[in-house]
Write a protein that binds this ligand. Sequence first.
Ligand SMILES: Cc1ncc(COP(=O)(O)O)c(C=O)c1O
Length: 316
Amino acid sequence: MSNNQNNHLDQLNQFNPIISINGTITNKENAKISVLDRGLLFGDSIYEVLMAYDSVVFLLREHLDRLWNSAEGLFMNIPISKNELSHEIIKTIKAAGNKISYIRLMITRGEASRFGLDNDFCSKGNFIIIVQKHSGHSSHYYSEGVTLGFADVIRNDVRALNPKIKSGNYLNNFLAYMSVKNKEKGAYESIMLNSDGQVTECSTSNIWIIKNDKVFTPPTTVGILAGITRETILKLGKKIGMEIREENFGAKDVINADEAFISSTTRIIFPATKIVSDLRDQKIGSGVPGPMTMRLLAEYRKFINEYINRYRDNDL
Ligand SMILES: Cc1ncc(COP(=O)(O)O)c(C=O)c1O
């Protein structure tokens, strides 16, 4: 097994999730869905990944808002209201009873009543909530940082399948990840460029660079998922007085950055300390997690703690 696969497995050490299908809670052996579901037939589904600490779901409202935006982008009806879905999520994490939970929330367009693309050819959508115990990431990701590589495939164009839609069709990201995994051993994440050579994001995270004490991340118009962690970092960075900007940059800017990092819900911030490219393998900046990256990570952790304390006594 490669290091990359190990990396992912250490997050989900025992894969024994509690699963709700349309409100019925069960285990992975009994969680069933039709083989005619459009999610399976066409990748016709949307999803969110969230974290819960005890029964506090971090930034639940923001994730549900993005889910509804994804549905709108795909002319999909979500078969349940935001309030009801929130309650179903809480019900499922309480049934799982984990200290920290990884939640995968999925909506599919539903079972096809015949073959054909038209969205009238299917029944009501399904909602699926998968809750898995999360043991936290190994500390070396934070203390040593990760290696990035450049993907061979470009990011989906905003005029094709807009990356702002968080859809179950994840094959663009998968191919990007595989191209780095196969070619450049040791790269943890792959950076995708768009057809104009601008850096967009990584296969499962947003990307950031720091140069001359300024923090940069590509704007959403370049073709990325508007990461909830990204949005939060933008706010926190401004709050602590950092110069933080949404601006386009290219591959060379990543290679020549003073610091770089990736962001996502489950990882928060992983420093990116090395880069492998066609030219050479090299350190980013001094090759160790940089001070501004670590400052943002510390602020983010503080924000999570405050959030949990604020919502601990509310059910939502
Ligand atoms: C392509 C992509 N970009 C960015 C992110 C980060 O988004 P968030 O911070 O909302 O987890 C993800 C997370 O899954 C992703 O898949």
